[in-house]
Write a protein of this length. Structure first.
Length: 391
């Protein structure tokens, strides 16, 4: 058997993302969670996972990417750590046996609420797969912000203490690990102190975003802008920008877009593959039933019949202009304005994926204003320090 050694890193080029929805259960009932249909009944069996893996690995023409990310989600994925461990073992074995190019170029990825991160089964799994593993723990910031939304479903108690205790262990294993912070209307006043708190815990990469759903109240954009300007001042005054990053500040957002050069879809729906406990295939997890408030799931195939390319084709034609209203195309600060394809579908007034939700429009514009302030201050500092160096 010849094992290819010319594949390179799993990061080379665009990787395929294959998502296993191993459970729809979770210890928490986060108030902003888009998973409206979480339950303890729907759990993936190993047999369903095995059939999905066999189909994917035996059809390289449908999956030509040189690299792959196998993602495990819930609910809370670590509830099913035994199943995940078995799936990963089977994946490694079959990629080796089939001399599949992904054998040298794969990644396992999990995002967890962090509650049972310390448990022995989880730690054994991490140790076994660490060289091909990415794990992110979600912590929302200060105890006040975190416990406002991330509460136990059984008691309503906040989960901050149970998560923060595992942050040192996680960072010792994944020193560059970043966390995902979600912002909704009630917790806007906590943004600045929450990001600074996460930095103080040793987390240097904070990915933060506003929920895409239409939850925003009058004046929320003003609060967001004020919080981000205060955060910018703190990051600059303490020079945190030198070795910390908050995704709300980026040098590519807030510019007009050329419809011809920048006419791309924001997300990867249709280029990803999600599999649920019943063995159904989805173009993205957000099109599974437990992710949708008002629409029917969009199923593009299953483990028995494979992918129906006719159902997949509409997703492959998605771009900015096919789904955006004219105001978005003409917007002078369009760059960096994100959307979720599943939320577009769920919020549309007809069952279409070609209608962009603009619920976060004012929040994006507030972010752009604060972002411009941040980079303008940095530019002035760089200019001043450069002038001093020349004296």
């Amino acid at each position: 058997m010849i094992i290819r050694d010319d594949i390179g890193s799993w990061e080379d080029g665009r990787a395929k993302t294959v998502t296993f929805i191993v459970t729809k259960d979770c210890q928490l009932a986060c108030k902003y969670c888009y998973l409206v249909g979480k339950n303890s009944r729907e759990r993936m069996s190993f047999e369903v996972a095995r059939q999905a893996i066999d189909y994917i690995l035996d059809n390289p023409a449908l999956f030509p990417e040189k690299s792959v990310v196998f993602e495990f989600i819930g609910g809370e994925p670590f509830i099913e750590i035994d199943l995940i461990d078995r799936i990963c073992d089977y994946l490694k074995e079959q990629m080796f046996v089939k001399n599949h190019p992904w054998f040298n170029s794969y990644r396992f990825s999990l995002s967890t609420n962090g509650i049972n991160y310390h448990e022995p089964k989880v730690q054994r799994y991490i140790e076994k797969n660490k060289s091909h593993l990415s794990v992110g723990i979600t912590i929302d910031g200060t105890r006040a912000k975190h416990d406002m939304n991330r509460v136990y479903k059984s008691s309503g108690r906040g989960s901050y203490d149970d998560v923060v205790r595992n942050i040192p262990l996680w960072l010792s294993q994944f020193p560059g690990g970043g966390t995902k912070v979600t912002v909704s209307s009630p917790d806007l006043p906590y943004i600045k102190e929450s990001v600074l708190h996460l930095f103080s815990l040793g987390i240097r990469e904070v990915s933060i975003n506003c929920v895409f759903e239409d939850v925003w109240q009058e004046g929320d954009d003003r609060i967001l802008e004020e919080q981000l300007i205060a955060l910018a001042d703190a990051m600059i005054s303490d020079r945190l920008y030198e070795d910390h990053n908050c995704s709300f500040f980026s040098d590519y957002i807030g510019k007009p877009l050329d419809p011809e050069k920048d006419n791309r879809n924001w997300c990867g729906a249709g280029k990803m593959l999600s599999i649920d406990a019943a063995g159904n295939f989805y173009p993205c997890t957000r099109f599974a039933g437990y992710s949708l408030r008002s629409k029917q799931p969009i199923i593009i195939g299953n483990i028995h019949d494979g992918i129906d390319t006719d159902r997949l084709r509409p997703f492959l034609t998605l771009d900015r202009t096919t789904q955006s209203p004219q105001k978005c195309i003409d917007c002078e600060v369009a760059s960096g304005c994100a959307w979720c394809q599943g939320e577009n579908y769920d919020a549309a007034d007809t069952p279409t994926i070609f209608q962009r939700s603009t619920a976060i429009c004012k929040m994006h514009k507030a972010r752009v204003r604060a972002n411009n302030y941040y980079w303008s201050r940095l530019a002035r500092i760089a200019e001043k320090e450069g002038a001093q160096c020349n004296i």
